[in-house]
Design a protein around this ligand. Structure first.
Ligand code: KMT
Ligand code: NI
Length: 178
């Protein structure tokens, strides 16, 4: 299963866990309510995994590429990590499958509090279009991630505030319904 918790508000190193004391865990059902979904797969066989194939087919994830996120493999590493950790939204779902290493995705809950989700090898997560979020490595400074997309990928991020976007309003309306 997926581990998630509410974050403290300290300005310390973004790569630290930032748990509250005592820890305040967030169950998967709460993440589902926010439109976040999750699969556990066997990343050792990602190149020929029938389970991954099934998900890609059912969800229409036609596009995929793989990024190794570490200082010596990702061009413009420092700037990219800064961009990833700047709160933003996208017009499409963000679909990520961790093939190696670890990473954090932070998302906002309905009351605008940060939830930190830790992802490790074999975790596939989808963040809904219009959700405010950000991404960081942890203190191991490395992950290898597959990016999936429906059709031609659009990676454009709109930094907060982006409240006037139709996709944002659609997302907020979906929360009220749930
Ligand atoms: C994003 O849009 O938040 C990212 O792509 C960063 C995580 S995976 C490269
Ligand atoms: Ni994003």
């Amino acid at each position: 299963t997926l581990e998630a918790w509410y974050m403290d508000s300290s300005e310390e190193d973004q790569r630290k866990p930032h748990r509250l004391n005592p820890n305040q865990p967030v169950p998967l059902e709460d993440l589902n309510q926010l439109g976040v979904f999750y699969w556990k797969l066997n990343a050792d066989i990602y190149e020929a995994d029938p389970e991954l194939e099934k998900i890609r087919k059912e969800q229409g994830y036609t596009y995929m590429d793989i990024l190794s996120i570490r200082k010596d493999t990702l061009p413009d590493y420092e700037n990219k990590l800064k961009t990833f950790f700047t709160e933003h939204l996208h017009l499409d779902d963000e679909i990520r499958y961790i093939l190696d290493g670890r990473a954090y995705f932070d998302i906002r809950d309905k009351q605008d509090r940060w939830i930190r989700i830790v992802l490790g090898k074999g975790d596939l997560i989808t963040l809904p279009a219009g959700i405010y979020h950000r991404f960081t490595l942890d203190e191991t400074d490395y992950t290898k991630v597959m990016r999936l997309f429906v059709g031609e990928p659009v990676w454009k991020a709109y930094n907060r505030p982006a409240d006037d976007f139709e996709i944002r309003q659609k997302y907020v309306a979906s929360l009220k319904a749930s």
